[in-house]
Design a protein around this ligand. Sequence first.
Ligand SMILES: NC(=O)c1ccc[n+]([C@@H]2O[C@H](COP(=O)([O-])OP(=O)(O)OC[C@H]3O[C@@H](n4cnc5c(N)ncnc54)[C@H](O)[C@@H]3O)[C@@H](O)[C@H]2O)c1
Length: 339
Amino acid sequence: MRFLVTGAAGYIGSHAAMRLLDEGHEVAVVDDLSRGHRGAIAALAATGGARLSFHQGCVTDEAFLRRALASSRAEAILHFAALAYVGESVERPLDYYRTNVCGGIALLRAMRAEGVRRIVFSSTCATYGEPDPGSTGIAETTPQAPVNPYGETKLCMERLLRAECAATEGAPLAAVALRYFNVVGCDARGRLGEDHRPETHLVPIALEVAAGRRSEVRIFGEDWPTSDRTCIRDYVHVEDLVEAHLLALGALEPGRFRAWNVGTGRGHSVREVIDVCRRVTGHAIPAATAPRRAGDPPVLFADARAITRDLGFRPMKPALETAVADLWRWMQAHPRGYA
Ligand SMILES: NC(=O)c1ccc[n+]([C@@H]2O[C@H](COP(=O)([O-])OP(=O)(O)OC[C@H]3O[C@@H](n4cnc5c(N)ncnc54)[C@H](O)[C@@H]3O)[C@@H](O)[C@H]2O)c1
């Protein structure tokens, strides 16, 4: 098949594009390289050869998107391109709405104009906001009430997709939103890594300490009502997340919008994650306590039963050790990341 993958110079999009190339598909990448890496595109080209094309440009540019769709003759879209830092979204909400919402509208308009009617969208657990204290896993039926502009833009996109699926003019859209929890790890074959700048994710930060690139990892609050007093999150391996996208592509139905959580349904505390990083790297990884961050819920993990029930999704790499070891290997082989 022929796919257009937005944001595939970035972390998750590059892994999805690589998997599609591994399976023999044609992949057109759209990315403005604002947060992504030429090195990721080079790795994709090394695997895909002529089956990979790169279209550098912005997702808010509808004419550019139409040209990319037309020249690639894409049959389906995986839409990863976004700004994705919660804190930054509070500082610069207009940038977030422009990229994540205006970009989504431009993409949907370009898809409509070019007759492409299948899309899988990267959504997030941040659309749920702060779960009730004491609540167990977050299910898809949990009310969506985001508490920051990042989560708002993703919820807005979900609503746009739902409306476009129900639109009465033209051929109906088929759309799935996958609401990711925390994503970890990298390509087990070492072709791709994780290199966010700035890095805000716990596992790569802890590994940067082990690699001597930072002095310590900060723990935001050690006074939470959890077993070891640190926050609990759900970590899914990026390769499992990509598998969920392939299952979602198979579940697309014209005129229907559906959404699933992607997580493991298991929570790890911040301390547990740092301990795993210590075991994998053999490094002490000093940790320092920092104040709580506003809007951080103490416990956030998925009720991930629906995607298992409906699509047969089962994480193949549920152990955090595997994800940490995969990323640690890549970081050692690429001491300067993609630079
Ligand atoms: N990483 C996570 O744990 C996580 C969790 C939940 C949801 N998500 C979502 O998954 C998606 C991918 O996340 P990621 O961690 O790979 O992020 P990333 O920043 O590594 O990748 C995003 C890519 O989008 C590109 N991009 C940004 N703005 C663009 C624009 N205006 N035009 C074209 N390209 C643009 C960037 O250059 C980058 O390559 C995002 O939509 C994010 O909201 C990520």
